[in-house]
Design a protein around this ligand. Structure first.
Ligand SMILES: CSC[C@@H](O)[C@@H](O)C(=O)COP(=O)(O)O
Length: 352
């Protein structure tokens, strides 16, 4: 069974505390929006789709307990709470798009005189619950499309080797995963020879989380230090790189975990196809290019310490951007639940 990062039943939400993995498995109760903001901001839950889903579910939990019977007040509070949740982490677009969709829903439910306050609450919570189910279905479709594209592009019908970065699996999504979903799908097709995952400094999502998921799923895999990527491509045949995304701009420029950009440059140099695997909820068509993506800067302690142990010389200045933007020109294809698109063809998604 896959790892479960989100446990939800109506009125109750618990998330797996990813700060404690892989050494401890502990679930944390999320009792409303304030808790939701905190677990996202502290990165107890992380990964663009999981951030959006946990944020929205925290609102669903709060709403379930709310006895408000004034639709206008409910609408106003919902908008304020969603905007607050969006502020917890700035780079991933999924939570912003989910918030916009829910604010539109609240506006129309509030304006519709045939909708009672009870109906408002029921329909609003059901829409949020639907996101959980849809994300898993979308990830499975991403897995299938990604697997097909990689096998089609690889020479002959031999085994394939994949490199991935950061964590994009069950822990970063509602389940199955995006880039890790593609890897799962390749494993199911029996064509997967090996996966290499980077440590993903400074927060080590690769070493702590992806490695944990790969071992859990019994997928043949090896952990590498981030700076080994070029040497790996030079010495072992890598079929493709597949990573996730936090925000894809309309021209295909993609923000993802810091270090993604240099992997894409290495892939171009070595002729290795470089894929982004992301649901449509990670695509921000309102931004013409990646230049305008806001990049989160995290506390320097995440660089200077591993757990409680200081590893950097005291007194040194630190710069800790959490994401970088890979230019579209370095990207072979963007794998979505609607198929694989060249980065300059994202506008075609709407007609699918
Ligand atoms: C399916 S998640 C894709 C990305 O969100 C993932 O690769 C990533 O960059 C996560 O960053 P994080 O800072 O751990 O939230």
């Amino acid at each position: 069974m896959s790892l479960e990062s989100i446990r939800y039943t109506r009125g109750s939400l618990d998330i797996l505390d990813q700060l404690l993995l892989p050494l401890q498995t502990r679930y944390v109760k999320v009792d409303g929006v304030e808790d939701g903001w905190k677990v996202i901001n502290k990165m107890q839950v992380r990964g663009a789709p999981a951030i959006a889903i946990v944020g929205c579910l925290s609102l669903a939990v709060e709403l379930e307990k709310d006895n408000n019977s004034d639709k206008k007040v409910m609408r106003q509070e919902i908008e304020g709470k969603l905007n607050y949740l969006v502020s917890a982490r700035p780079t991933a677009v999924n939570i912003k798009l989910a918030a916009d969709e829910l604010i539109n829903l609240a506006n129309s439910l509030s304006a519709d005189e045939t909708v009672t306050p009870e109906d408002f609450k029921e329909r609003f919570i059901s829409r949020i619950e639907g996101m959980l189910i849809k994300d898993i279905e979308d990830n499975k479709a991403i897995g299938r499309y990604g697997c097909e594209a990689i096998l089609k592009n690889s020479e002959g019908d031999g085994p394939v080797r994949i490199l991935t970065h950061c964590n994009t699996g069950s822990l970063a999504t509602a389940g199955y995963g995006t880039a890790l979903g593609v890897i799962r799908s390749l494993q199911e097709s029996k064509r997967l020879d090996h996966v290499y995952c980077t440590e993903t400094r400074p927060y080590n999502q690769g070493a702590r989380l992806t490695a944990y998921e790969l071992v859990h799923e019994k997928i043949p895999s090896t952990l590498i230090v981030d700076s080994v990527v070029s040497a790996l491509m030079n010495s072992r045949r890598i079929t493709a790189v597949v990573v996730g995304a936090d925000r894809v701009a309309a021209n295909g420029d993609t923000a993802n975990k810091i270090g993604t950009y240099q992997i894409a440059i290495a892939a171009k140099h070595h002729g290795v196809p470089f894929y982004i695997a992301a649901p449509l909820t990670s695509i921000d068509m309102s931004l013409t290019s990646g230049e305008r993506i806001k990049i989160e800067e995290r506390p320097e302690r995440e660089m200077t310490h591993v757990g409680v142990h200081r590893i950097a010389a005291p007194g040194i200045n630190c710069w800790n951007p959490s994401f970088d933007v890979t230019p579209a020109a370095l990207i072979t294809g963007i794998i979505t639940e609607k198929g694989v698109f060249a980065p300059d063809k994202l506008s075609e998604i709407e007609s699918k």
